[in-house]
Design a protein around this ligand. Structure first.
Ligand SMILES: [Cu+2]
Length: 223
């Protein structure tokens, strides 16, 4: 009797479909919000996608490229300087207000400018703390980048259209969290139902993307 009950539960679990959840993130004016990070939690049993454990970020034309990177806990993130002049990588946990929580704990290294015909200077760091990290450079104050170390296997960077497709979610209830570099306070999570054949949801946030100004001395600023 007992065995039958448990095998029935197992069969039900095995039958749960993995589905896609498409999340469209909107700003406070209802417009698509580029570069939002969508994090989804599910406590429904089922397979979990493998976390992203490697990523590369370039320093190119006075920018971190990509500007936002999403990885899993314990990921090794590599940095390469593609410019012909030196850059720093200042890497630290970001707190409220978009500043370093504790600058004394930051990782800092300098990457020499690239010499033509030679490989770019590269260094890397393993990130063992979940949450948002801020990237900067001592020489170029306008250089900003972010890394989100996800505490869930379902984490994706949204595109220019505000859209992120989270794959392999178990059918059933899930909780959606949004992270954005210009977010002033964390919004409340949104509860969604993931259907067996996939679901889509739009989430309007209170985020207004910071108006980008051309930083002094940044000839490459493109808006
Ligand atoms: Cu720099």
């Amino acid at each position: 009797m007992r065995a039958t009950f448990f095998s029935a539960v197992l069969m039900a679990a095995a039958a749960a479909q993995a589905a896609d959840l498409t999340v469209t993130v909107l700003d406070r004016n209802g417009k698509p919000l580029p570069d939002a990070v969508v994090l989804v939690d599910s406590s429904v049993q089922g397979a979990r996608p493998a976390p992203v454990l490697e990523a590369s970020i370039a320093q190119e034309k006075l920018r971190f490229v990509p500007a936002v990177t999403v990885v899993g806990l314990g990921a090794k993130v590599s940095f390469s300087n593609l410019d012909s002049w030196d850059h720093h990588v200042i890497l630290g946990v970001m707190g409220a207000g978009g500043v370093y929580v504790d600058p004394g704990q930051n990782t800092q290294f300098r990457l020499a400018g690239r010499v033509s015909g030679k490989p770019a200077a590269t260094d890397s760091k393993v990130l063992n703390q979940p949450g948002a990290y801020l990237l900067g450079c001592h020489i170029h104050g306008s250089m900003r980048g972010h890394i989100v170390v996800a505490d869930t296997p379902w984490a994706k960077l949204g595109g220019e259209d505000g859209k992120a497709v989270l794959q392999g979610l178990p059918e059933g209830p899930a909780r959606v969290r949004i992270w954005h570099a210009d977010q002033l306070v964390d919004g409340a999570p949104t509860t969604v139902q993931v259907a067996a054949n996939g679901s889509a949801v739009s989430i309007t946030t209170q985020i207004s993307p910071a108006r980008k100004k051309r930083p002094a001395g940044d000839p490459y600023f493109g808006g």
